[in-house]
Design a protein around this ligand. Structure first.
Ligand code: F6P
Length: 192
């Protein structure tokens, strides 16, 4: 059976600083994850063919860099665009845009950042990715928190209300094996 693997990029410099968005590099811990990832994947699929898809942002390309498989960068896998809040911490957003902060809390799926995107927008832009995923064999997607939430919710048929709160931890590979109805799931967390 074919497998779909999801992983967030390794820890980034912005993750360390608590800032959202941006295009920062991996932190030293993030690089440790990038270096450990090839063995974890090989242990799971052996010599079966695999293609790696990542976003156009530095942190996903860096996380994919050690993987010995064909790779493809998709703009539509870039993280949810936080508009004017890009590069801020959640504390800064609460301070400078208190109304937005509250509105997002009220309806996280539909809230659209000023000059940016909502989860609903991201679901729409991921449609071509999902169509292509349905036609492919083994794929590993190295993405971002909001992006993987949307893809994961699609394969597990989770609701729009739950989608923005799905736990997608760093340094964890999620393996989905599609069945006639639904998907089997395994998670592999690297102790990094
Ligand atoms: O903090 C990492 C991050 O990927 C941000 O770049 C992004 O804005 C955020 O997570 C998405 O998570 P949430 O929708 O819970 O703020």
């Amino acid at each position: 059976p074919r497998n779909i693997f999801f992983s967030r990029h390794g820890e980034s410099q912005y993750n360390v600083e608590g800032k959202i968005g941006g295009d920062s590099d991996l932190s030293p811990r993030g690089w440790m994850y990038a270096k450990a990832l090839p063995q974890l994947i090989k242990d799971n699929i052996g010599d079966a063919p695999l293609t790696v898809w990542h976003s156009t942002l530095r942190r996903t390309g860096q996380t994919a860099s050690e993987l010995p498989y064909p790779k493809l960068a998709w703009k539509s896998l870039d993280e949810l665009d936080a508009g004017v809040c890009d590069a801020m911490t959640y504390e800064e957003i609460e301070k400078y845009y208190p109304e937005d902060y509250a509105n997002r809390d009220d309806d996280k799926f539909n809230y659209r950042y000023r000059g940016g995107e909502s989860y609903r927008d991201v679901v729409v832009r991921l449609e071509p990715i999902i169509m292509e995923l349905e036609r492919q064999e083994n794929i590993l997607i190295i993405g971002h928190q909001a992006i993987i939430r949307c893809l994961y919710a699609y394969f597990h048929a989770l609701s729009q209300e739950d989608l923005p709160y799905i736990k997608i931890p760093l340094h964890t590979v999620i393996q989905l094996t599609p069945k006639a109805y639904g998907c089997d799931e395994k998670r592999f967390q690297l102790p990094i």
